[in-house]
Design a binder for this molecule. Structure first.
Ligand code: PLP
Length: 396
């Protein structure tokens, strides 16, 4: 039985699968339902909704002294990463980008588009950037002003050690920016525990809203000092904030229905016990799913220490009867949309643990995988030796 209140789960029989993907993800019925009316963006009711959204997010980040502010921004998560980098990094600043997957590399690509100085530590597909490496890079290059870290690198599912990275950054007198897109709301990023200047996340990840905007939570003094930094009119976080303070409004058309849905998602988040409750459900989702998949012979890319409760990468089985595209279609027919892998060296696929799903549903995912393997005549889900060799390179 489901541990979640009945909210009309997706009905695979009606062609509506669960999304085992890291956003867009499966949302509660009441979140979808909250979009069934129209809101005037200028109207006082909507301005109150925006204020509530920002207040709740700052509280989620643990700020109790009014030191941090939240600024929502239209667009998907990448728009907000670009807005954060463009706004908080001065034009003559320099960023140390910590990459171990697609999102870290995207941050570096963003810096290239911005035409601002950066340097890259690229750990490959899934090795975590460590505090001592950050310390060495900062000691070697006094021009670096900021470090950007990816909290959960969603391309492999690795949970990067942001606390350690933060300590190294501030020990060297530099500033930290965090892409916590797929972690915030389920994994601790409390301002009282981890020091940073700004972090970014979006509506359709761990808060379980629908896609359409992101938000930056930033130290107020840092945002005040960022006036005039931004390269872009529409992505200027300072200008968006100044307008919110002045009029309570977003500068340009806000995604009104998405905001309404997000407020309902926040209500459910709080009802579930906030960050701890949400994190516990995702952890249970992961544990049931990983244990079941391992029982079928699948192996995870990462050792348990680095496995996030957000998304898990599995090696594709070595059995020649296993064809990912066919596995995908069979899983979809059973009601579950999974995610192709993003590794460069070996074939892989990913299963997300986030969204309106619980351990009972994850057990059904494992059962569906078992049936799909049988239908494809895959005798063993064990990965090829090359995959195991690749994994052996991962630091203990
Ligand atoms: C989802 C995500 C993003 C943003 O991706 P969009 O497709 O632009 O929403 C950025 N960083 C991480 C770590 C993510 O998981």
């Amino acid at each position: 039985m489901s541990s979640l209140p009945n909210d009309a789960f997706p009905n695979p029989a009606k062609g509506e699968p669960f999304l085992l993907t890291p956003g867009p993800l499966t949302t509660a019925f009441s979140v979808k339902e909250a979009m069934l009316r129209d809101w005037g963006s200028w109207d006082g009711d909507f301005r109150a909704m925006t204020r509530s959204l920002c207040d709740q997010l700052v509280a989620l980040a643990g700020d109790r002294n009014g030191e941090f502010v939240c600024v929502p921004m239209q667009g998907s998560g990448s728009y907000c990463v670009e807005a954060m980098l463009g706004t908080f990094v001065p034009r003559d600043g320099k960023v140390l980008v910590l990459a171990n997957g697609a999102y870290g590399l995207r941050a570096a690509e963003t810096m290239r588009y911005l035409g601002r100085a950066y340097t890259l530590i690229d750990k490959g597909d899934y090795m975590p950037p460590r505090g001592d490496e950050v310390a060495a890079a900062l000691a070697a290059d006094p021009a670096i002003t900021h470090v950007i870290a990816i909290h959960c690198e969603t391309s492999s599912g690795i949970l990067n050690p942001v606390a350690e990275i933060s300590e190294a950054t501030y020990a060297a007198g530099r500033k930290l920016l965090v892409d916590s897109m797929s972690a915030f709301g389920a994994i601790d990023l409390d301002v009282n525990h981890i020091r940073f200047e700004a972090m970014v996340s979006s509506a359709n990840k761990c808060i379980e809203g629908v896609p359409g905007f992101g938000f930056v939570i930033a130290r107020k003094s840092e945002l005040e000092a960022a006036k005039g930094n931004c390269h872009s009119l529409s992505l200027d976080i300072h200008a968006q904030w100044a307008n919110l303070v002045k009029s309570g409004q977003w500068r340009y058309t806000p995604p009104t229905h998405v905001v309404a849905a997000f407020l309902e998602a926040l209500r459910l988040h709080e009802a579930e016990g906030g960050v701890a409750g949400r994190g516990a459900r995702y952890t249970a989702n992961r544990d049931v799913m990983v244990a079941g998949m391992r029982e079928l012979g699948f192996e995870t890319l990462l050792k348990d220490r680095w496995l996030s409760p957000i998304i898990v990468t599995f090696f594709c089985p070595a059995d020649p009867n296993f064809v990912f595209a066919e596995f995908y279609e069979r899983m979809k027919a059973k009601g579950f949309i999974i995610y192709p892998g993003k590794l460069t060296v070996v074939d892989s696929f990913r299963i997300g643990c986030i969204g309106r799903m619980d351990a009972a549903i994850m057990a059904r995912v494992v059962q569906a995988a078992k049936e799909a393997l049988a239908e494809m005549n895959v005798a063993s889900a064990a990965p090829p030796p090359a995959a195991i060799a690749e994994r052996a390179k991962l630091a203990a």
